[in-house]
Design a protein around this ligand. Structure first.
Ligand SMILES: [Zn+2]
Length: 352
């Protein structure tokens, strides 16, 4: 990608433990370059020992679990709930991921969106917003990229850091608590931005996409992974819920329990394809591509996940799921079905 401009010179405190490839850190409130220092008397060994001060607006930022906390002061209710939900329930998400990551559906569509970064040469700097447990970012580092992993939940981000260090990629990654709608980075800092299943959790997705556009270098790539299609919320989910309620009524057996989903996820409906394209355009992206991600394989994956939580064993139908993944790739080529996949993977590029 010759079109991507060269890294700008970055000033840094000589004693900063941030890696030399790290982007400039800006105030998430006013956009001014933050002064990096350390609390008095403390030894500077890791990024978590740092404090970040804004000389312009007076905001200062500390750390949680040894992770620099660059979320703007006064997070709204939804964000505060997301932060605590994903921290308090981190064990649950670790358990779920240990089964998900072997599923043919999960593997196929995660590989598909990660492939969208193929044009970036090794050594590119990629930002992940909402990195969760850190598995997708890990794959990008294995290809030789540098990763700034951000999340709003300290519990999830700490797990991502553990995973990356365990895999020997601690030096290729930097972990910061940040809000996707108010990114603490200078303009044109990254060659790529990745957001997996996180855009629909945000109250202002357009603001988050504008931020992604701002921090990308000219020619930089934004990849969205597995964003839900709003179409499901209007059809399959209400029909499915009505069916299950009828079954519960007839049999007296409770099937639907309290689902382990965050408040934001309960409200979120995802995006119609046209909505996503409009959001990309309004955020400044003039090139984008939507890729259908799953039909029958997605339905089977989510059905198995739902049932496994109510059965005394994990229901896995991997050979069937693998067959459906192949069939789904064909279904996604039919003009009639292109607009109604379960999920979207998407690609957008900032003008060179
Ligand atoms: Zn400031």
């Amino acid at each position: 990608m010759e079109s991507i401009s060269k890294e700008p010179e970055i000033e840094r405190a000589p004693e900063s433990p941030l890696p030399e490839w790290a982007p400039a850190i800006n105030c998430p409130k006013c956009g001014t370059r933050l002064t990096i220092g350390r609390p008095e008397g403390s030894e500077l060994k890791a990024e978590g020992d740092l404090c970040f001060d804004c000389d312009r607006c007076g905001a200062s930022f500390g750390s949680v679990y040894g992770l620099p906390d660059l979320t703007p002061p006064g997070l709204d209710n939804t964000k505060a709930q997301e932060r605590s939900h994903y921290t308090e329930n981190v064990e649950y998400y670790l358990r779920m991921h240990s089964t998900w990551h072997r599923s043919p559906f999960y593997r196929h569509y995660h590989r598909s969106f990660l492939r969208l970064f193929d044009p970036l040469p090794p050594g590119s700097l990629i930002l992940e917003c909402g990195c969760g447990l850190g598995h997708d970012g890990l794959e990008l580092m294995r290809r030789g990229h540098f990763l700034v992993a951000t999340d709003i939940s300290p519990g999830q981000l700490r797990e991502a850091r553990r995973l990356h260090r365990r895999e020997g990629l601690g030096r290729s990654s930097l972990h910061l608590l940040a809000d996707a709608e108010n990114l603490p980075f200078a303009d044109a800092s990254f060659h790529g931005v990745l957001m997996v299943a996180s855009l629909h959790h945000l109250s202002d997705p357009l603001k988050a996409l504008r931020e992604a556009h701002r921090v990308l270098k000219p020619g930089g790539i934004l990849v969205l992974g597995t964003e839900p299609n709003r179409w499901q919320s209007k059809t399959i989910y209400p029909v499915g819920k009505a069916l299950i309620k009828t079954v519960e009524k007839l049999t007296g057996v409770k099937v639907l329990g309290d689902e382990m989903v965050s408040e934001a996820d309960k409200k979120a409906e995802g995006f119609f394809g046209r909505e996503l394209e409009t959001l990309f355009y309004r955020a400044g992206f003039r090139e984008n591509r939507l890729l259908p991600a799953g039909y029958l394989s997605a339905a089977l994956f989510f059905l198995c996940t739902e049932l496994s939580q109510r059965l005394p064993f994990n229901l896995k139908l991997y050979p069937l799921e693998a067959l459906l993944v192949i069939l789904d790739d064909w279904l996604g080529r039919l003009p009639l079905l292109r607009k109604v996949p379960w999920h979207w993977n998407a690609w957008a590029r900032k003008a060179p």
